[in-house]
Write a protein that binds this ligand. Structure first.
Ligand SMILES: Cc1cc2nc3c(=O)[nH]c(=O)nc-3n(C[C@H](O)[C@H](O)[C@H](O)COP(=O)(O)OP(=O)(O)OC[C@H]3O[C@@H](n4cnc5c(N)ncnc54)[C@H](O)[C@@H]3O)c2cc1C
Length: 337
């Protein structure tokens, strides 16, 4: 089985397909796994079954470790462009020109390829390794720093709230005259004296003497331009989303206006052998959260198993009936004794 997308839905599909004794491959566009969880690594997750409040980065590590249980093949840095079919095999073509052959396909491309909208300012790219950020990975780095945040949506304001207890100073700039984030979050920032500059945008990044980091920024507030010193710049201007995936006409599954794959049940698409899971599938009462991805993964893998082996059981036996787990349990249980 081939899983397209290595986010939560794809990762759990890989684990569960191992439980069903299926040979599995994940193809992921990014050079890393985890999908959208990588956007909110600093968040504490409260709503995942069986988990006490957990840091998203730890949750992601656990999810990846679990997905590796049955040693699936992982192909990173490959974007699946197109799917064709020849006899009983789907042919999955990626942007590297490589073809992957598979009897079943699980589409787990979530919101598509999601990448932050970057600053269109000269030389901005070279500061990305230093003090220009598009998300926060390791909040401690910002302790006692003067931070300029550009953006007025939920992401910008939520990060400001997270940074509030540790930053020395926060300044939020936004190009419009009205912020778009939740009012309660904005109120929190106002109460703590965070400075808001509306109708303001970044026009220039000015580097330090050895040109390794941004020392100052140039801002345009209404029609007035001026410079400001800061330690770090966090840009939250939203994300570009790319959900293109082509199929040869005879095997093109039905998609809705949001490019999601319609499912009538068990995460089956309109094409036998192709399944869709996670944020890219649409059916009545679908839950677009992590817990929803796990349920979809189980349904899709079980459907795929039956597609390949019609006499297989409808779902996997409980953990205690799994021979592979029993073998490993000896090692795990030895640690408890
Ligand atoms: C800011 C934010 C906060 C959130 N907080 C929570 C929360 O607190 N609790 C919760 O339950 N949920 C939360 N969610 C929702 C949760 O992140 C999603 O429901 C979940 O990530 C969906 O997983 P997925 O695998 O379907 O998709 P994604 O996470 O989007 O993963 C899809 C993967 O497919 C890859 N891909 C896409 N196209 C291709 C292609 N053509 N070829 C190869 N690879 C491809 C992408 O690069 C990506 O890695 C949050 C989401 C966001 C954005």
């Amino acid at each position: 089985m081939t899983i397209i997308g290595g986010g939560p839905a794809g990762l759990y599909s890989a684990f569960y397909s191992g439980m069903r004794d299926m040979k599995t491959k994940i193809i992921e566009y990014h050079p890393y796994l985890g999908g959208k969880v990588n956007i909110f690594l600093e968040k504490v997750l409260w709503d995942v079954g069986g988990q006490p409040p957990i840091h998203a980065s730890n949750f992601l590590n656990n999810l990846i470790a679990q997905a590796m249980t049955f040693e699936p093949t992982i192909c990173l840095s490959q974007k699946v462009d197109r799917i064709d079919k020849e006899e009983e095999y789907f042919i999955i073509t990626t942007n590297t020109g490589e073809n992957h052959y598979s009897k079943t396909v699980i589409i787990a491309i979530g919101g598509g390829i999601v990448e932050p909208i970057k600053l269109d300012l000269e030389g901005a790219e070279k500061f990305e390794m230093q003090n220009l950020h598009y998300t926060i990975n390791g909040i401690e780095r910002f302790k006692d720093k003067e931070i300029l945040i550009s953006g007025g949506g939920n992401a910008a304001i939520d990060w400001a709230v997270e940074l509030l207890p540790i930053a020395k100073k926060l300044t939020i700039i936004y190009r419009s005259d009205e912020l778009k984030a939740h009012e309660s979050q904005i109120k929190k920032l106002v109460e703590h004296g965070v400075e808001f500059k509306l109708n303001t945008e970044l026009t220039k990044l000015i580097s330090n003497e050895d040109k390794t980091a941004i020392a100052r920024v140039r801002l345009k507030e209404n029609d007035v331009e001026y410079e400001m010193a800061m330690d770090d710049v966090l840009v939250c201007h939203g994300y570009n989303r790319e959900v293109s995936l082509d199929f040869c006409e005879s095997i093109a599954p039905v998609r809705n206006e949001y490019k999601q794959f319609n499912s009538e049940g068990q995460c089956k698409t309109s094409i036998p052998g192709i399944y869709a899971v996670g944020d890219i599938v649409a059916y009545e009462d679908k839950v677009y959260l992590l817990v929803g991805t796990f349920n979809d993964a189980v349904l899709a893998v079980n459907s795929a198993k039956k597609f390949i082996e019609p006499d297989a059981t409808s779902y996997a036996m409980v953990s205690s009936h799994n021979d592979k787990f029993n073998e490993r349990n000896r090692v795990i249980l030895a640690c408890y004794s």
